[in-house]
Each structure stands twice: as structure tokens, then as C-alpha cells.
Design a protein around this ligand. Structure first.
Ligand code: NAP
Length: 263
């Protein structure tokens, strides 16, 4: 068994992308804390990963849209053994016209994709900053940079994930912490069926297998990327986009409106 790299807490670990992260991180040498609502699935994964890797695997059943449960996960992030890596992965989507969402769905998407993700990043980064080390991987989506109809709210929550990650890297990157936003394209998980559009209904040439997506995201992490887009072939396009965005810094606030707005 390799030496422990510390402890990683993975949200949404019961299936899909989070379950693959749990597998890969255990094999890399992390002990794990697995978070999701499905206790039985988490227990089964914990047993199989513990057997396969010899790592310690804790299960923390929680509905991250429930304030008391969210508080318990926050508390774990500040407890011992310390959390060295947070994978903020749990997320939810509904394929629907914005006006057709129910108010309950609007709140549920925001509670999980925004509030829980931000609260957990906040709870993790305080102790990490005190120790001068730690990593937060936030799972976003390509819809954060390519907003789509019928995914308006979901895309906006993922834009939040991207912006939060980039800002935290700017704020805490020089203090020993690392941040990565992963922007998957369509990935073969049950998220699609739950959202109302089974993944089989997508053009299969745009659907990546979950193992391949997570392995690519971890390769991007190993290469030091802050933003990783596993499916993007033309990384120059992203780099130009970022260069153009950063070039606007210092030009976006002024005492005077731009001349084109003056009568
Ligand atoms: P998934 O297969 O549906 O898995 C979602 C995970 O989140 C499950 O473990 C689920 O477990 C957990 N979860 C859902 N609601 C929760 C809640 N209220 N509290 C705690 N855990 C909860 O989805 P996935 O495709 O792996 O998605 C993972 C992340 O990738 C999400 O943030 C998603 O937006 C993002 N993403 C996915 C795709 C894609 O094409 N699949 C593309 C871009 C981004 P329980 O049901 O047991 O709670």
C-alpha cells in the first residue's frame, strides 16, 4: 500500500462521476469520506474500496439540500482527521424550459449546486488556509461557458462554480491551496435520466464515458490546470478566451460611463 496522501471528502459519491473520483482517489492513496443520500450505495462502495485499496473509507449520509445535514458535512470538514482534498461534485439538473420549472425545482437546484457547494468550499478552505495546504476540486460544466436553452438555471449555477473557483484560486492560490474547476461535457451517468433526458437520446459522439472523463480531469489536475475541460481538443481556444477575459481587468470600473453611452 502506498503512503497516505491524506483524506479526501467526495460529495455525490454514491454513483456517477463522484463514485469514479472515490475509486481513483483511493487508488492514488487517499483515505475517503463519502457523502450522498443513498446510505446503502455508499456502504457498498466503502466496503469494496476499502477491500481493494486498504484505505480507510468513512460514510457520511447527508442530503446537502437539508440545512442540518449540510451542517454535519461542514463540521466534518473542520474535524480530524483533516480533509486535504474536497471534491464538490454533487449536482442536479432538470432539462426544462425555465418557465416550466416548479418553484421547488428552482430552489432544489440552487440549494444543491450553489448553496451547498459554496458552504462546503467555505468550510474546507478555512482549515486548509490555517494549515497552508489543501485542494478543492469543483465540478462545473461546459454549459457554464456555453449557456443553453432548457438548462438556463443549471448553466447559471455552473457559471457560479467556475467563477467561485477562479476567484478562490486568485485569493488563496498563493497561500498553498489549490483549486480546480472541472467542466465536463455530456458524460454517461444517470444524471441525464433523472433530469428528464436519458443519455441514450443524445448523439453518442458527444457522450464521454465516466471513467475517461474523471481520468482526464485528474490528468488536468496533475498538469496544474485551474480549469479543465476534458472534451476540449483546442485548448488554445480556451486560453485565448481567458486571455481576453483577463485583459478586461482594470477596465471595467470607471467614474465615467464609456463615451458610446454619452449623449
Ligand atoms: P449522478 O450520476 O446523478 O450523481 C449525482 C450524485 O450526487 C449522486 O451520488 C447523488 O447521490 C448525489 N446527490 C444528488 N442529490 C444530492 C443531495 N441532495 N445531497 C447529497 N447528494 C446528492 O450525476 P453525475 O453526472 O455524476 O453528476 C456529478 C456532477 O457532475 C454534478 O455536479 C453534475 O452537474 C456534473 N456534470 C455532469 C455532467 C453529465 O453529463 N453527467 C456534465 C457536466 C457536469 P444520492 O442520490 O445518493 O444522494
Amino acid at each position: 500500500m502506498t503512503n497516505s496522501l491524506g483524506t479526501a471528502l467526495v460529495t455525490g459519491a454514491s454513483e456517477g462521476i463522484g463514485a469514479v473520483y472515490a475509486d481513483r482517489l483511493a487508488r492514488r492513496g487517499y483515505n475517503l469520506v463519502l457523502v450522498a443520500r443513498s446510505a446503502e450505495k455508499l456502504a457498498a462502495l466503502a466496503a469494496s474500496l476499502g477491500d481493494a485499496t486498504g484505505r480507510t473509507v468513512e460514510v457520511l449520509q447527508a442530503d446537502l439540500t437539508n440545512p442540518a445535514d449540510l451542517g454535519r458535512v461542514e463540521a466534518r470538514l473542520g474535524a480530524e482527521p483533516a480533509i486535504d482534498l474536497l471534491v464538490n461534485n454533487a449536482g442536479f439538473s432538470t432539462v426544462s424550459a425555465f418557465a416550466d420549472l416548479t418553484s421547488t425545482q428552482v430552489s432544489a437546484i440552487l440549494d444543491l449546486n450553489v448553496t451547498a457547494l459554496a458552504r462546503l468550499a467555505w468550510a474546507a478552505t478555512g482549515p486548509m488556509a490555517n494549515r497552508g495546504k489543501g485542494t478543492v476540486i469543483n465540478i462545473g460544466s461546459v454549459v457554464s461557458v456555453a449557456p443553453l436553452p432548457n438548462a438556463a438555471l443549471y448553466g447559471a449555477t455552473k457559471a457560479f462554480v467556475l467563477t467561485l473557483t477562479q476567484a478562490l484560486e486568485a485569493e488563496l492560490g498563493s497561500k498553498g491551496l489549490r483549486f480546480q474547476a472541472v467542466l465536463p461535457g455530456a458524460t454517461r451517468t444517470n444524471l441525464w435520466a433523472k433530469s428528464g433526458l436519458p443519455v441514450e437520446h443524445l448523439p453518442q459522439e458527444i457522450v464521454m464515458e465516466t471513467d475517461a472523463m474523471v481520468d482526464a480531469a485528474l490528468a488536468g489536475f496533475d498538469q496544474g490546470e485551474v480549469v479543465t475541460i476534458p472534451a476540449l481538443v483546442d485548448v488554445d481556444g480556451w486560453n485565448q478566451f481567458e486571455t481576453a477575459r483577463l485583459a478586461l481587468n482594470g477596465k471595467l470600473s470607471s467614474a465615467q460611463p464609456a463615451s458610446r453611452y454619452l449623449a
